[in-house]
Design a protein around this ligand. Structure first.
Ligand SMILES: [Zn+2]
Length: 202
């Protein structure tokens, strides 16, 4: 048989099974991406890798001159969700009601010490937009694991059975953290509680 092919989405590790004309893995096959998004995947990735915390609005503003329509933004959202699933992005809370994403392949240097001291001088209010706040740091292993658990909770809409739990525990990308079943269970329960709290508040 032919050699294994990986998903056409560059951040995805999924393997494409079956006939030659399939280009995406099973997870992504049904994700509909508008043309402008699908042909910009690499550009978007480059952007994500070179910025700290990013919202969909930032990408729309900086890469698409803010011109994406509602459907195209929906495409970008689906792309981000696939990136989260692949642990290429991690959700890092919210800003202005929008999800904030951090790229786990962030290229930003960590030289926080080399930053210039900001003098405490009152300045005239600037007319131009303030520069976005960029938090330069890498995610800790615990944060990455938390992102994966949060993704699991969302994927299962807040409820799962024993089989799902065993599947989660046996995932290589979960096992690699070397955390005990009990600890994972505890973190997962916290994520679950958070999920339901959020869901019941809307
Ligand atoms: Zn894929």
């Amino acid at each position: 048989m032919g050699r294994k092919r990986t998903c056409e989405l560059p951040f995805c590790h999924g393997v494409v099974e079956g006939t030659k004309n399939k280009r995406r893995c099973d997870n992504d096959r049904n994700i509909h991406l508008h043309q402008i998004i699908s042909k910009s995947v690499r550009r978007i990735m480059r952007y994500l890798e070179n910025h700290g915390e990013v919202t969909a609005n930032d990408v729309n503003h900086d890469l698409f001159k803010g011109e994406l329509d509602k459907n195209e933004k929906g495409s970008m959202y689906r792309l981000f969700q696939a990136m989260v699933r692949e642990n290429y992005l991690v959700e890092c809370g919210k800003k202005d009601g929008l999800k904030v994403y951090c790229c786990t392949k962030n290229n930003k240097p960590e030289n926080i010490e080399e930053k210039e001291e900001v003098p405490e001088v009152e300045e005239q209010p600037q007319e131009s937009q303030p520069a976005p706040i960029v938090i330069e740091r890498r995610l800790s292993p615990e944060e990455i694991l938390l992102g994966k658990l949060r993704e699991f909770v969302h994927m299962k809409s807040g409820q799962w059975n024993h089989e799902d739990w065993v599947w989660l525990l046996n995932r290589p990308d979960i096992r690699e953290f070397g955390m005990s079943e009990n600890d994972i269970g505890r973190l997962l329960e916290e994520e679950k509680a958070r999920y339901w709290l959020q869901r019941n508040n809307y």
